[in-house]
Ligand binder design. Structure first.
Ligand SMILES: C[S@@+](CC[C@H](N)C(=O)[O-])C[C@H]1O[C@@H](n2cnc3c(N)ncnc32)[C@H](O)[C@@H]1O
Length: 448
């Protein structure tokens, strides 16, 4: 049976902001989802959000009821923690934190002053429609990859190698050494490292909120299409010519001040209202979370991935920030040469069964069976997203009828509801700078 939950609406008026740019996030569907959840299980019964991602659904539900939020990615745990249980710093503590950040940022860049000068000149040139130098940085600018054989000899390589030599190894410099040049400017990456090093020393509860502000900052200032970390900008057209206009746009993004962006994000998290309910957040595989959750929950919400795109590839930089480690990077072999992957992905990344054609059916069986054991309604979102590439259309790995029949095996009633189209007018969308997803959102509901 197909019903209508009503029109999706703009959430701009709500108090909740969008913490990161996240594929498949349900930010624009929050009201409709909340209505569906409340109808299936009126508050204040607890909700379990098994794939919390950017944390926006958990945060919305958490305004009315206790929530257990889980995701396999550590950045998901951090965001859910900050949105559900924001730490509120006194003015003087916030001031002290920002002072420490400013100090750490000021001491960072001495080790590679010449590279910074080279970069500033690249910005000036790119803004004057001469993007060659910035294009080279975008393609070959990671210090970590500077030893690879396909990196051209020249001024940039020399600067990268000497910067790398002069910089201490370890988690406190990882963002500069790995991602500077490719995803951020060197200055931005060094500032992100400086902020991370201060934030990691904070007590756990404050740390999650400050770390979330850092994740939001990285997601805001990264210079890629769609603000993901799967595909670094390609600054040349197929014939090898530099795309001066888009490189100029990158130069502008790369001049954004990361420390100032962090300050603003921290304020936004601080302004979130304290929750009246007691929440839990965790990092974990949905099967373990379903098995190990002994608390009574009244409803389970599941928003698993629905395409081949692994979130661990699209958001690996956020994971490195959240985990605070110095990961091995994946390598690709071309001919007899092995080189660092262009996207500088973490070698160990979670491979979700929902993104693998041969595993997705069993993944859903495990989800539905595990959820049914809790004896409460299950609401699954399974909606397409577009990653902006017309050449590579994104399709669901499972059909809705297949999914319905799996839910039917374990629940007494199954219902598929279309959530309607996103209602805000084109004018509104343009003014608020949000994309309109023309494809319908769908939820599958299992009840006893
Ligand atoms: C469609 S997104 C969820 C979006 C979220 N509802 C929001 O509004 O931001 C799917 C999420 O599933 C997570 N995920 C993938 N495989 C998982 C697994 N085996 N266990 C738990 N979470 C998983 C991904 O990390 C991703 O955050």
């Amino acid at each position: 049976m197909t019903g209508q939950l009503g029109i999706l609406e703009s959430e701009i008026a709500g108090r909740l902001f969008r913490p990161i740019h996240y594929l498949g996030n349900k930010w624009r569907a929050l009201s409709a989802l909340e209505t569906a959840v409340d109808e299936l299980s009126p508050p204040p019964g607890a909700a379990l959000d098994l794939f919390s991602g950017s944390g926006v659904v958990a945060a919305r539900l958490g305004q009315k009821r206790p929530v257990i939020a889980a995701d396999i990615q550590e950045y998901g745990r951090v965001l859910a923690s900050a949105l559900l249980m924001p730490a509120h710093l006194s003015d003087s503590k916030q001031h002290a934190l920002l002072n420490q950040v400013a100090k750490a940022s000021a001491t960072r860049t001495g080790e590679f002053a010449s590279l910074l000068e080279y970069e500033i000149a690249a910005f000036e040139q790119a803004l004057a429609s001469k993007g060659d130098r910035l294009a080279e940085i975008l393609e070959q600018g990671s210090m970590m990859a500077s030893g690879d054989s396909e990196i051209a000899d020249g001024a940039l390589r020399e600067l990268l190698m000497s910067a790398l030599e002069g910089m201490p190894k370890g988690a406190d410099t990882v963002l500069t050494r790995y991602y500077g040049g490719i995803y951020f400017s060197y200055k931005q990456a060094a500032d992100l490292d400086a902020i991370a090093s201060v934030v990691r020393c904070l007590p756990p509860k404050v740390r999650d909120t400050a770390l979330a502000a850092l994740l939001s900052t990285a997601s805001q200032i990264v210079s890629t299409v769609g603000n993901q970390f799967a595909q670094p900008i390609r600054p040349r057209s197929r014939d090898g010519r530099v795309k001066h206009e888009s490189v100029g746009a990158v130069a502008r993004t790369r001049q954004l001040d990361a420390v100032e962006a962090f300050r603003r994000w921290l304020t936004q998290y601080q302004d979130l209202p304290p929750s009246a309910h007691s929440h839990q957040v965790m990092r974990g595989d949905y099967r373990d979370v379903l098995d190990q959750t002994t608390a009574t929950v009244s409803i389970i919400y599941a928003d698993p991935p629905y395409t081949r795109d692994h979130y661990s590839r699209f958001y690996h930089v956020l994971e490195t920030i959240a985990v605070g480690d110095e990961p091995d990077l994946s390598r690709v072999t071309i001919g007899s040469e092995a080189r660092t992957s262009r996207g500088l992905y973490r070698a160990e990344r979670h491979q979700s069964p929902f993104c693998i054609k041969t595993e997705v059916r069993q993944a859903f069986r495990d989800l539905v069976q595990g959820a049914a054991k809790h004896g409460v309604p299950l609401l699954i979102s399974y909606s397409p997203y577009s990653n902006g590439s017309a050449a590579r259309p994104q399709t669901r790995l499972m059909t809705i009828p297949d999914l319905e029949s799996i839910v039917n095996e374990h629940f007494d009633h199954v219902e598929v509801r279309s959530m309607g189209r996103i209602a805000h007018s084109k004018l509104n969308a343009e003014r608020l700078n949000i994309e309109v997803n023309p494809e319908a959102e769908v939820v599958i509901i299992g009840r006893f």
